[in-house]
Ligand binder design. Structure first.
Ligand code: ATP
Ligand code: MG
Length: 482
């Protein structure tokens, strides 16, 4: 249900299907829906969008530039040949047509504008029509990793691991909803009262989540999380996420086809590390990746990427990770990489690991290696298995070789805080032994986390498997502080 260009230009709210009510758009307190303020031109309400926060709540007090932007927008609709524009599928062409029209319109304006202001204005109208509106510049800024929109006026970004509030604003909830709608409709999804939550992936790989009222209590919420996977293994060492020695060992584990789980909290760098580790998979192997939103960027040629599918509006057609894991097993994989195990697929994944599909990699949301084990156990239960506890633990213990715990520290840095070997099971308890850890020493004056990586002095049992695979494992890796 893509909106027409005319509707987009007119700033219409998302079109709800005939049988569903229009999404509720509660006005933000004291700002939008000022009586008598035209809103149909897309600039009503007069909020300054990208021009930064507007002082006070008086919608009629527009700055000359805002005023100009608003009138431009209206004139643009009259002037552009919308039908011809709509026929263009290439957004670059649409942008250039709009740019031209805006430039022409501006020539007739009397408000004095500097060259930069003029360029800004052109950019903004273009963003407005085909882009993400006020958050487009944030989206283009490669230093921004996450964009978090908490309602029209509260926008945060994460840069270098730190969250900060930015002055960009949407005009009102309708404006925000129309941008959300534009984003999700482009990837064939929709958001309205009947499906108030959407999780999608943008063409550049970023992940988008939108949740609107009434599920989001105060306002529509949009979270854009950029790809966490552009950091390669050596870059992670440079960033201090792990040491050369740790990387050497982990790379060896991947090459020797050990089964590895990366465990960590939200945004702790699990996917990034998984992607970095995958670079050590030999190019001769056939790799199948399974993800909810295809984020991984494997370097190898022989990679088959599978992605789950949510149910359609009638609740049908869902394809779950579990289905894909089962299917992948029939595709003669050398390795299976599951982006994240969250649910019943854990049992299929572990079974696969135990039945000759070694070298599997996955991530799990957990706070410690031990927690990762209990999460996996709980997830196995989701499959409806009636295996006794001990049998489940045996499966886990025999499937997994290594758990790598990652953590997002208080200063925004991500580190591997533990590399742990899964030894086997003793009685009811899965035996773990730590090989490397990060010892946190404290905070510097600037709030940065200080600490050091340590080898615990234990030579992992799996070292022999590395040696068998032809990988040298010098004893010095495991001794002393690094
Ligand atoms: N070692 C690192 N140093 C700095 N930034 C990092 C590091 N690892 C990951 N990041 C950044 O942290 C963000 C989150 O990374 P990533 O997506 O890998 O985390 P995740 O644990 O998989 O998150 P999720 O819980 O959403 O799956 C990304 O922006 C990524 O670029
Ligand atoms: Mg992830």
């Amino acid at each position: 249900m893509t909106k027409s260009l005319r509707e987009r230009l007119q700033g219409k709210p998302p079109v709800a299907p005939a049988d569903a009510p229009v999404p509720p758009t509660r006005p933000a307190a004291g700002v939008s829906s000022v009586p008598g303020t035209p809103t149909g031109d897309g600039y009503g309400g007069g909020a300054s969008g990208m021009f930064g926060p507007r002082k006070g709540g008086d919608a009629s007090a527009l700055s000359p530039v805002d005023e100009l932007r608003r009138s431009l927008h209206r004139k643009l609709i009259d002037r552009l040949d919308l039908e011809a524009l709509e026929a263009l599928t290439d957004e670059k062409q649409i942008a250039s047509q709009i740019r031209q029209a805006v430039a022409e319109l501006l020539r007739g304006e009397t408000t004095p504008l500097s060259q930069t202001e003029r360029e800004d204005l052109v950019e903004q109208v273009v963003y407005e029509v085909i882009g993400l509106g006020p958050i487009e510049p944030l989206f283009r800024d490669r230093t921004v990793s996450d964009i978090l929109v908490n309602g029209p006026r509260d926008i945060y970004v994460e840069r270098a691991g730190r969250l900060q509030r930015v002055p960009a604003q949407f005009r009102d909830e309708t404006h925000l909803l129309s941008v959300i709608d534009r984003i999700v409709s482009r990837v064939g999804r929709r958001v309205d009262e009947s499906s108030p939550m959407v999780d999608a992936r943008l063409p550049d790989g970023s992940r988008v989540n939108a949740i609107i009222p009434p599920l989001a209590v105060d306002a529509p919420i949009l979270s854009i999380r950029r790809f966490g996977t552009e950091l390669g293994a050596s870059r992670l060492v440079e960033l201090g996420a792990l040491t050369e020695d740790m990387l050497y060992l982990l790379a060896g584990c991947v090459k020797a086809k050990l089964n590895i789980v990366v465990s960590g909290g939200t945004g702790s760098g699990k996917t990034t590390l998984l992607n970095a580790l995958s670079s050590f998979i030999p190019a001769t192997e056939r790799v199948i990746t399974i993800e909810d939103a295809a984020e991984l960027r494997l370097q190898q040629n022989h990679v088959v990427r599978l992605e789950t599918r949510p149910p359609n509006s009638e609740g049908r057609g869902e394809v779950m990770t579990r289905d894909l894991v089962k299917n992948a097993l029939r595709m003669r994989p050398d390795r299976i990489i599951v982006g994240e195990v969250r649910s019943a697929e854990a049992i299929d994944m572990l079974q696969a690991m135990n039945t000759g599909h070694e070298g599997s990699l996955t991530t799990v949301h957990a706070n410690s290696p031990r927690d990762a084990l209990s999460r996996l156990e709980t997830m196995m239960l989701f499959s409806g298995t009636n295996l006794p506890d001990r049998a489940m633990r045996e499966q886990i213990a025999s499937a997994l070789d290594v758990i790598v715990q990652v953590s997002r520290m208080s200063d925004g840095t991500r580190r591997i805080v533990s590399v742990t070997e899964v030894m086997g099971i003793d009685g009811e308890i899965v035996q773990l032994q730590e090989i490397f850890l990060f010892r946190k020493l404290g905070l510097t004056v600037g709030g940065r986390v200080s600490g050091e990586f340590e080898a615990t002095g234990v030579r992992p049992r799996f070292a022999d498997r590395l040696v068998l695979a032809g990988i040298e494992v010098p004893g010095r890796l495991f001794f002393g502080a690094k």
